[in-house]
Design a protein around this ligand. Sequence first.
Ligand code: 3HC
Ligand code: NAI
Length: 710
Amino acid sequence: MTVMSDLVQLTRANGIAIVTINNPPVNALSPGVPEGISEAIEQINQDDSVKAAVLIGGGRTFVAGADIKEFGKITSGKSRGAGFLPLLLRIEDCRKPVVMAIHGAALGGGLELAMAGHYRVAVPSAQVGQPEVKLGIIPGAGGTQRLPRLAGVAKGVEMCAEGNPIKAQEALRLGIVDRLIEGDLLAGAVAFAREIAGKPAPKTRQRNDKLGTPEQNAPIFAAARETARKKQRGMKAPLAAIEAVEAATKLPFEEGCQAEQRLFTDCLFSDQSKALIHVFFGEREVAKIPDIPKETPIIPVNAAAIVGAGTMGGGIAMVFANAGIPVLLREVDQAALDRGLATIQKNYANSVKRGRFTQQFADERLKLIQPTLSYDGFASVDMVVEAVFESMALKKEVFRELDGVCKPGAILASNTSTLDIDEIASATSRPQAVIGTHFFSPANVMRLLEIVRGKATSKEVIATCMQLAKKLGKIAVLVGNCRGFVGNRMFHPYRREAQFLVEEGASVEAVDNALYDYGMAMGPLATGDLAGLDVGWRIRKEYRHLEKPGVRQPLAEDRLCELGRYGQKTGAGWYKYGENRRAVPDPEVAELVRQWAEEAGIPQRQIAAEESVERCIYALVNEGARLLEEGYALRAVDIDIIYLNGYGFPGYRGGPMWYADTVGLKKVYDRVCEFHRQHGELWEPSSLLKQLAEKGKTFADFNREQGVTA
Ligand code: 3HC
Ligand code: NAI
């Protein structure tokens, strides 16, 4: 064996050279890997006994792409980047055919590496893709030039612009992969290499037969641009990726690569890319809880139960079933149970209709959900999620019952969105087993799961829920036990400001459009209509006694509710809703709000879109800072991940706290102080925001200093 470096090894077996990349965990192309491959190719070229070569990844995967950690060094001027393009040309020009053997994933630079080989073989479970746009960049090592040459322009542009990987079977059909290998990949790849050894080896960059004509390609690129503007609204990278693939169809390979390089560099240095890279690492960071070691024992969750088959309970049952975990679903009466099951069946039927699930998958999952009106069977489940009405008395009663029937060690979780987990836990003899699992609606769709830590919740129970979330296809963020937890506590001032703006003279549509144009999936007022304005109204009525006298409260939503305008469900709220629940501006609301504002003595004025954005977004940031200083959120990035996955915050802005760092905390703080002067104590600046702004620091600095960021 020749050891090129710790990262790349070269061995020979009867005329076939085997190059193995060993850079765990995902064989990223970190410094040393390209150099090792290059040296191996050099030796293969020089060794006459070698007739063909196989390049394979050691461990669990082929190559997950460029080392994303290196990008920060490039943009901060600490590194010049690896420049993979020349290496890939050397592989393609190798005098012996090179077979790329793919298992796990060939993503980004990994697929670019694979396409520089003369052939590609893969196990059926492998995936290939150019996911760079999800990091705000585009393929930077010829991916936009080689992929359309293998897969055709339509698929090439789709994969580069949308970033979703495809499975090996489809890659075979498209011509990205030449053969699927059942059984041992290395043995299969070596056998394939022997078959093709000595035969002319195709170079991807010279294959122009799938590049189409201008007439064929024009509608493909027009459609891709249209899709990007709709599905990746506000993002620059997808449009850049389309431009780069278009260059592949118009320019010779080398010039196409130069065009790709220019676009890649523009994207890499953009704020969008920095934000999305922050999100990539953030999504992994939130799984790490400083005081809960990796070795914390995990409680196996092989069977679960849900109490309550309403909006949330039904969705949560589907989440468990979809992950293959059998689940009991308990209701109080047959009619409620039937309603809950009918909704679940309808949801599965819709998923089959939309092609998300096969009929067989849906049938199998449905069988895993066992409806019941009793607690029979609860003694053997490992975890229960309670999703009954939001009433403390009812929740305590349910937890008392669960304490009586569940086995020792079972996890008792509540899906409450506002109630105190410690008080719920006090109804049991085992508060260490009680935890909040706050799913978002619709539970079977939304990715976010806030895990609420009670004061007695054990580390085993927390570690288990964090890990289980991944199996359930969710992204879990651990939060402290305060009213509204992290997400909803911040959402409250955000929506409050949206209402204030309307009461001060902005139109409903102007406020919603400003936030939509900022990148939010929906405007704050339209979001209220979707969730139901009555939900907040009921809560406000219950907590009215806690409101400080003399402090301004929004008035319009309560009044709208008093008029029966609850939002989409009643056909009217901030907007009117006709067929297909399409929102239509309602002049009656505009008139009513003007009248209410006049009665309340609120002066009317012109409000610019920029103010709408600052009022709503800085309200989020100020409350987020408070959650950080109070310790209910562990890190600023936890808040970002919550907002990106649960509240439609645009990924390319990195989350509210990252965005505030990008704007500059001094600027944010100054605006918050101005709003404080204009609008009173609701805008009192968080002391953490003040401190950081005065010292010229960021939320990221704060987390580093606290030692809670990796
Ligand atoms: N660079 C650096 N680190 C990476 C990485 C990469 N490309 N891909 C994954 N990692 C790290 C993760 O941060 C994580 O680190 P941690 O354990 O310290 O938190 C570790 O590897 C394991 O990753 P996951 O937890 O994500 O492991 P999974 O098994 O769940 O997923 C994966 C594996 C599907 C490969 C997933 O990691 C992934 O999607 N990676 C990114 C792929 C990607 O975007 N590639 C394109 C890179 S840009 C590029 O190649 C530019 C080129 O065109 C020049
Ligand atoms: P829902 O009203 O749709 O469903 C509650 C169900 O619980 C009803 O079907 C009711 O019959 C059943 N139930 C009541 N007592 C029961 C008992 N003792 N045993 C078994 N079933 C019982 O309510 P929804 O919206 O599903 O909310 C459930 C919980 O989830 C609440 O705590 C709520 O705050 C929380 N939540 C709700 C969200 C939403 O958007 N709807 C979002 C996140 C959390």
